[in-house]
Design a protein. Structure first.
Length: 183
C-alpha cells in the first residue's frame, strides 16, 4: 500500500503529465493568435484598471459636492435701492452692481456673441467639452503648468457659484461632476 505522502503515485512529475508536454511545445507559447490574445487581455486589463481608478476618483471628489437644489434657490447679490416717501430713488448700495434680468431680456446678438466667445458648443455639449478638456490637459502637461482653461459655460457657472478658483485637478473634477448634474 503506498504511503499518503508518496510523491510518485499521487503527484506525477511534470514530464509525465500531458498538459506539461503541450506547454513546453512552441505551438502554444508563440504565434499570432497567442500574441493577439495576450495583447487583448492586457488592453482589457488596462482599461478596467483605468475605469476603476476613475470610479474611485469620482467617488472621492463627489462626497463634498454641494446640492444642485441650491441652484434653484440662488439669488445673486443685487443693489439695494433707497426710496423716498414718494417712491423716487435717492441712492443705492452694493458691493457689485448687479441687476437680475430674465433670459428673454438679453438681445439675441448679445447671446450669440457670448456663446461665440465663451463656448461655441454650448447648445451641443452636455456640460463638458471633452475635446477642449483633453487638449487643455495635453498642453498643461507639456508646459508643466495649469494655464489652460477648457471650461464650458456650465463649468464656469459651477465654479463661480459652488467652488473656489484654485487650479487643482480635484477642483476640476468636481467642476465636471457639478456641470453634468446642472445640465
Amino acid at each position: 500500500m503506498p504511503s499518503l505522502f508518496s510523491n510518485e503515485q499521487e503527484f506525477p512529475e511534470p514530464e509525465k503529465r500531458g498538459w506539461w508536454r503541450r506547454l513546453r511545445g512552441t505551438h502554444l507559447l508563440q504565434g499570432p493568435r497567442h500574441l493577439a490574445a495576450r495583447a487583448t487581455f492586457l488592453v482589457l486589463l488596462g482599461l478596467s484598471s483605468l475605469f476603476g481608478v476613475m470610479c474611485g476618483l469620482m467617488l472621492v471628489y463627489s462626497i463634498d459636492l454641494p446640492q444642485i437644489d441650491e441652484l434653484q434657490r440662488y439669488r445673486p447679490d443685487t443693489t439695494t435701492e433707497l426710496l423716498d416717501i414718494h417712491g423716487r430713488e435717492i441712492g443705492s448700495f452694493a458691493l457689485e452692481r448687479r441687476v437680475v434680468l430674465p433670459y428673454t431680456a438679453f438681445p439675441p446678438v448679445l447671446r450669440q456673441a457670448l456663446l461665440s466667445i465663451e463656448d461655441k458648443t454650448f447648445e451641443r455639449n452636455w456640460g463638458v467639452n471633452l475635446v477642449r478638456a483633453v487638449g487643455a490637459a495635453w498642453r498643461d502637461i507639456h508646459s508643466r503648468s495649469r494655464a489652460q482653461g477648457s471650461s464650458t459655460l456650465t463649468m464656469q457657472l459651477a465654479r463661480n457659484l459652488f467652488l473656489s478658483n484654485e487650479k487643482t485637478y480635484g477642483r476640476k473634477l468636481q467642476e465636471i461632476l457639478l456641470s453634468v448634474q446642472i445640465e
